[in-house]
Design a protein around this ligand. Structure first.
Ligand SMILES: [Zn+2]
Length: 73
């Protein structure tokens, strides 16, 4: 019975590690991708406030990549 208990605990520990790894991975990737797609932006050409998408619905201008404050560099 001790052998079974060890196997069970090992499985639980590995499952916990996998769960934490997946959680960290998903939060790291989604934080950067969603920010680009869902962030509101103001069209450089007409000044229209676009709330959804990467293309201005008013004049059709594509979203210009404006880097936010990048303190890392
Ligand atoms: Zn525009």
């Amino acid at each position: 019975m001790i052998f079974l208990w060890i196997i069970t605990s090992l499985i639980l520990i590995s499952l916990g590690l996998i769960f934490v790894a997946v959680l960290k991975h998903s939060t790291n990737t989604s934080s950067t991708e969603n920010e680009d797609d869902l962030a509101e932006w103001i069209c450089q050409t007409c000044g229209f406030h676009v709330q959804l998408g990467n293309e201005c619905i008013y004049c059709g201008e594509k979203k210009t990549v404006v880097k936010k404050h990048n303190w890392a560099n």
